[in-house]
Design a protein around this ligand. Structure first.
Ligand SMILES: [Zn+2]
Length: 284
């Protein structure tokens, strides 16, 4: 997979280099998302898909990359260590350029929410993107975790980008049945919990790594809005499909949002604004 520069207002597009050119292009957008339980997958009108885009999308959003062409020679973004750290490292190491066009953002004008069972996701008006998340698992090693962060000024890189995806031992069979995380040892690309135990060698990178990863996922899924969001996201036990449903609900109501051209002061508070390599965490 290669991330290429793109012109201002291009957005984020994937190109499957193993497909005919007419079938290869897939925009990274909320309305291209195919419903899946365990990851975020986009599909174009030719039926060509790319799966597990959420950690890469979080890395792009969290570094402030709004325009890029991602060439990939297969149907799944590399899972790597299950976090966004390697993507963030590569982006920061390569560097970014400021494009000579003001950033267009999506301002949330009124509360929008979706509920499915005991899962809930909500967007409310705010001057900056803030993500709040709560999870509640029966496994004692996860339990209840709550965290909230303003995504401005590189907080994603400092606080979230190295938090790995996680699963419960009982979920592993379901992932295998869905054809995910089959490459190599699962413990190398996810934290595996079993009741009160962390099965992964080396343990956790943060005591609340699971809720941090859920925030990372939320940022990646919100990046499919197609522009940075000025608003507060609250997720309670939410997952990829519920966050996508939240975006669909938002965009179905033209009175709930509007595009705004960011002033330099607003742009300076967007996720990734001013972020640099010194903020990259020491990854175990
Ligand atoms: Zn994830």
């Amino acid at each position: 997979m290669t991330i290429h520069p793109a012109s201002a207002d291009y957005g984020i597009w994937f190109k499957r280099t193993d497909k005919l050119l007419g079938d290869a292009m897939i925009p990274a957008r909320w309305d291209m998302v195919e419903q899946t339980a365990l990851c975020t997958r986009i599909v174009n009108t030719s039926g060509v898909t790319v799966s597990t885009i959420e950690h890469l999308m979080a890395a792009l959003s969290g570094c402030g990359v709004h325009n890029a062409l991602i060439e990939i020679d297969g149907p799944e973004v590399p899972i790597l260590d299950g976090s966004a750290a390697a993507f963030v490292h590569a982006i920061l190491k390569t560097g970014m350029i400021q494009q000579g066009v003001p950033v267009r953002a999506i301002e949330i004008l009124k509360p929008v929410s979706v509920t499915r069972g005991d899962a809930h996701a909500k967007l409310t008006p705010a001057d900056e993107l803030r993500i709040d998340f709560h999870i509640d698992f029966v496994d004692e090693a996860i339990g209840q975790q709550t965290k909230g962060l303003n995504m401005a000024n590189g907080s994603f890189v400092r606080e979230l980008c190295d938090s790995r995806t996680f699963c419960r031992k009982s979920d592993v069979d379901a992932m295998r049945a869905n054809g995910l995380a089959l490459g190599g040892d699962l413990a190398e690309n996810a934290v595996v919990f079993d009741g009160d135990r962390v099965l992964s060698p080396g343990g956790l990178r943060h005591s609340d790594e699971p809720v941090r990863h859920k925030m990372l996922d939320a940022l990646g899924d919100l990046a499919l809005a197609g522009a940075p969001i000025l608003g507060r996201y609250c997720g309670d036990r939410a997952g990829h499909s519920l966050t996508n449903e939240l975006l669909r609900t938002l965009f179905a109501d033209p009175t709930a949002w509007r595009f705004v051209e960011c002033s330099p002061a607003m742009a300076a508070r967007l996720p990734g604004a001013g972020v640099h390599m010194a903020e990259f965490p020491a990854v175990a």
